[in-house]
Design a protein around this ligand. Structure first.
Ligand SMILES: [Mn+2]
Length: 306
């Protein structure tokens, strides 16, 4: 029997629909009968949803498919800033505390799998020198901009073509994270710098020039764009507007709705919500881009210490 694949995700009740679609699509893209362990660092998902997802996985893959929901505990004295009130963004840093395997795939709860990610794990195992594999960030993948607008010291020695990755989908070499103490150093960096993009910035600083590049089709960010390329392998609904929000563009939402259906939630409709509807109006991308450029120009961090 082949060894089970390891997966990690995290979130709280606010992203429950996202969890269902992400897990539903993962269960779907893995060939039937695949042994795997999915660890969910749990900030308060409804118990009945957790139970139904676990059932769904074992119906398709048998008893060797395991979903494990583990309460997320934040280190008591850590002062790293929270992402819109949630500390769950940092959960991926804790991978070595929860997964015994040497490699795993981490995914955000705002993604949909369109292809089986297992071959990426084989590629990473074959080149164990890299601590992490990730795709360049969209819309801004310049390390010099992303980190340089926050700290000249951390961006020292950057060339304009040095890339910055998105941390919503990672192939993690856990053995290397353990060996290098990634958790503690990344938390310390986040505390010290109060980064705009939280642990994503910390990971980019810590693994600078050592991470390996995944093709962009493995993290197609639907950040104020709604195209889905024919070769996309993983959709990432990054940014504030999410496919479970009222008013999200229907075509870009469809893979998410399909993933809910295969997970056992057919006929899903977004609840009417005026604020979400306005945020999804066609004028918003323009306004958001202007705000983004202004923030970059004046170097506002956009984060508050808790
Ligand atoms: Mn995300």
């Amino acid at each position: 029997m082949t060894a089970p694949l390891s997966f990690l995700t995290s979130g709280d009740a606010g992203v429950t629909w996202g969890l269902i679609a992400a897990v539903g699509s993962l269960v779907e893209v893995l060939p039937a009968g695949t042994p795997f362990n999915l660890t969910v660092l749990d900030g308060g998902f409804p118990a009945h949803v957790c139970a139904r997802l676990a059932d769904h996985a074992s119906r398709r893959h048998g008893s060797a498919a395991r979903l494990q929901f583990v309460p997320f505990r934040w280190p008591p004295h850590c002062r790293a800033p929270a992402l819109e009130g949630s500390l769950l963004t940092y959960a991926r840093l804790f991978v070595a505390d929860h997964i015994e395997d040497d490699f795993c795939v981490y995914f955000d709860t705002d993604i949909v799998f369109l292809e089986n990610p297992a071959p990426l794990l084989d590629t990473a195992r074959a080149q164990p020198v890299h601590p992490v594999w990730a795709a360049p960030n969209y819309p801004d993948a310049r390390f010099q901009h992303q980190i340089g607008r926050q700290s000249a010291v951390l961006a020292a020695g950057t060339t304009p073509d040095e890339l910055y990755f998105n941390a919503g989908f990672l192939v993690i070499n856990i053995a290397e994270w353990r060996r290098r103490g990634a958790l503690h150093t990344c938390l310390a960096l986040a505390e010290q710098h109060q980064f705009i993009s939280h642990d994503q910035d910390a990971l980019n600083v810590f693994f600078r020039r050592e991470w390996a590049r995944l093709p962009s089709r493995w993290n197609h960010q639907l950040y104020e764009r709604h195209d889905i390329p024919a070769d996309a392998a993983l959709l990432h609904y990054s940014g504030r507007n999410k496919p479970w929000h009222c008013g999200y563009p229907a075509a870009a939402r469809q893979p998410f709705v399909d993933a809910l259906a295969v997970a056992g939630w057919p006929g899903w409709r977004a609840k009417l919500n005026v604020r979400q509807y306005l945020r999804n109006s066609p004028l918003r991308p323009l306004l958001a881009r202007t705000r983004y450029s202004l923030r970059k120009a004046v170097g506002l961090s956009g984060t508050k210490p808790r």
